[in-house]
Write a protein that binds this ligand. Sequence first.
Ligand SMILES: Cc1cc2nc3c(=O)[nH]c(=O)nc-3n(C[C@H](O)[C@H](O)[C@H](O)COP(=O)(O)OP(=O)(O)OC[C@H]3O[C@@H](n4cnc5c(N)ncnc54)[C@H](O)[C@@H]3O)c2cc1C
Length: 351
Amino acid sequence: MTEVSQRSTLRTAADTEPMVLAFDVVVTRVQELGANFRRITFGGSCLAAFGVAGDTLDLRIKIIIPSRGRECPDIAGLMQRGGAASWYQSWLGMDAEERGSMRTYTVRDARCEGPRPEIDVDFVMHLDDEGRGGPAAEWASTARPGDRVCIIGPNSSAAQCLTAGAYGGIEWSPGLAQHVLLAGDETAVPAISAILEALPEDMSGQAFLEVPDERDIQSIETRSSVAITWLPRRGLPHGELLETAVRDAVRVPGWVSLAGSADAVSGGTEPEYVDVDRTILWETPQLLETAIVRSTVNPERPSGTQPFYAWIAGEAAVVRGLRRYLVRDVGVDRKQVAFMGYWRKGRAELS
Ligand SMILES: Cc1cc2nc3c(=O)[nH]c(=O)nc-3n(C[C@H](O)[C@H](O)[C@H](O)COP(=O)(O)OP(=O)(O)OC[C@H]3O[C@@H](n4cnc5c(N)ncnc54)[C@H](O)[C@@H]3O)c2cc1C
C-alpha cells in the first residue's frame, strides 16, 4: 500500500480531546457504483483515530480538495499550531490556490478498527458534457489510488466519552419513533443507505431516493420493514418525483394514522421563509429544541416521544418545498422532522 502519513491532531494543550481531527488520507480504491456515483475509498493509518461511538448513520465530514496540480494544505499542522477552533480562519487566510476547496460529504461506511483503516465516500458525478463540475465532483471523476486529500472528521477518542448523537455531524435522531420517512435526492443516497442499514427490526415506514436514472439504483440491506422506493428522474425536473412521493405518503389529512396513532392533525403554521440562495437551509429537531420555535412546541409531546420522524435532505429549494408542505399543510410538528439543504442549484458550496 502507498505510504500514508500518520499525522493527525492529538490532544490539545489542556489535555482534553478535540472533537474533530484532520486526517491526511490516500485514495486506495475507486469503484463505479452506477451511471452517476463513484465510491472512493480512503485509507491511512491515521484513520484508526476516526469514528463515533456507534453507527455512522448520516455522519458528515469535510473534505479538503487540493487545487489541480497542488498538494493538500497541512490542516493537521494548522490544528496543532492553532487548536481545533482556529484552524478554519487560518485556512481561509491562505492563498486560494494553496487552500483548495472544502466540501461536505457523508461517510458511507467506515472500517477503522482493523490494521488497514478505511472510509468509503460516494461522490455524485454532477458533471457537464465536457466533464466540468465543482471542484469535488471534478476531483472525484479523475481520482486514482495514491491521490491525497484531507478529511476533517470525528475523533474516536472524544466519541468514547459521548454518544454518537452528541457529535454534531450526525442528524438522524428518531427518538422513540418507530415509523419513519426518509426522503432525499442522489446526494442523500449515501446517508439514507447507511441509516437504513442501521435501523432495527421494529422500525417501519418509507424511504424515497430520487436519482438521475435507473442505472443509479443500488442494493440496500435493512433489517427494518421500511419500504425502499427508488425514483429515477429520467430527465424530469429535480425533486418533482420526490415531492409527489412524499405528498402521497404523508397525506392531508390522515398522515398520523400512517404512524399508528389515533390523533388528528389539521394543518399547521407557515414556516419562516428561508432564502436558500443566501443561507443554508438546515432545520433539525436538535436545533429547534435549543432555539427557534421553543414557544410553539407542544409541551405534551416532548422531542423523541412522537410516533413519527422524518429525515429529508437534498437540493435546498426542493427541501424548502417539502418543509412547507409538511409543516404548513400537514401540520407536522417541526420537532419531528430534520430538513437539510445538502446543496443549492446554481451555487457552489460555501466554505
Ligand atoms: C451534510 C451533507 C452531506 C453530503 N453528502 C454527500 C455525499 O455523500 N455525496 C455527494 O455526492 N454529495 C454530498 N453532499 C452534497 C455536496 O456537498 C454538494 O453537492 C457539493 O456542492 C459538491 O461540491 P462540488 O465541488 O462538486 O460542487 P460546488 O463547487 O459546490 O458547486 C458547483 C456547481 O455544481 C452544482 N452542484 C453541486 N452539487 C450538485 C449536484 N449534486 N447535482 C447537480 N449540481 C450540483 C452547484 O449548484 C454549482 O452550480 C452533501 C452535502 C451535505 C451538506
